[in-house]
Design a protein around this ligand. Structure first.
Ligand SMILES: [Zn+2]
Length: 260
């Protein structure tokens, strides 16, 4: 069905329209509704997702997309930090599905164009039957404690002076615990023990799953990896540095240290 015809069936649905690293919002700062936003879609939509699970519409708009009605574009991180877990899970899902669909057009086995699977969150190859599922990249994030002190790090790319928890991607074949021990060792030279799962968060920058842990310092002195880390130190509760924004799992880990 042509896009223009499909748009008429979206009335009342929540829309996540992305333009580069921004999302279209209404004047109130929430994701737009189809009736206000659809007018910009037909000329500018490059990838469209109609998601049966959330009932939401997602699309990637071309960079020259214009603004409908009282809408504006907002940076995805600002949106994320201003909303709750439920809304952020929807945003992460639609953003992830859109970028996956945009980047996955042809079958890696036989080169044929892929099509959406009728039931699964998947693309299928009509020629060889191969199924491709959305790619999620798991990251561990951990708050390391040494008694009443916590380890926080400033990333080498940070320009705001923010100190965060240690984080890194899980490598092929690793358990989450192995990834955590490796990342702590590589970035700070420390060994940790007593690893405890805390929670997780979909993190749409771009398609990650942050899996959060606490761990206890076991041995070693801080020796940073300068290519990744500008500074790493032990901090006490009464002398914390600038922290990641509320809403991030890193912030929750730090604040949870003295609540648990
Ligand atoms: Zn194929």
């Amino acid at each position: 069905m042509a896009l223009l015809d499909r748009v008429s069936s979206w009335e009342g649905k929540q829309t996540y329209f992305f333009r580069d690293r921004e999302v279209l919002v209404t004047g109130g700062g929430d994701a737009a509704r189809a009736e206000g936003a659809a007018s910009c879609l037909c000329d500018y939509a490059r990838t469209v997702i109609e998601d049966p699970r959330t009932g939401c519409i997602g699309a990637i708009l071309s960079p020259d997309a214009s603004l409908p009605g009282d809408c504006r574009f907002e940076p995805v991180p600002s949106y994320f930090y201003a909303h709750d877990d439920l809304e952020n899970a929807r945003l992460a899902r639609l953003k992830g599905l859109c970028s996956w669909r945009a980047a996955t057009r042809f079958c890696p086995s036989c080169g044929q164009p892929l099509r959406l699977h009728a039931v699964e969150d998947a693309l299928e190859c009509p020629a060889c039957g191969r199924l491709l599922f959305p790619r999620i990249e798991p990251c561990i994030i951990t708050l390391v404690s040494r008694g009443e002190e916590i380890l926080l790090l400033r990333n080498a790319k940070d320009r705001l002076g923010v100190y965060a928890c240690l984080a890194g991607f899980v490598e092929m074949g690793e358990t989450l615990e192995q990834a955590l021990r490796r990342e702590v060792r590589e970035e700070t030279g420390l060994e940790v023990d007593d690893i405890r799962y805390v929670g997780s968060q979909g993190w749409p920058f771009p398609d990650q799953l942050m899996v959060a842990f606490e761990a206890e310092w076991k041995s070693g002195e801080i020796r940073i990896q300068p290519s990744e880390i500008a500074d790493a130190r032990w901090f006490r509760r009464d002398a914390l540095p600038p922290l990641p924004r509320p809403g991030s799992i890193a912030r929750r880990l730090v604040e949870g240290k003295w609540k648990r």
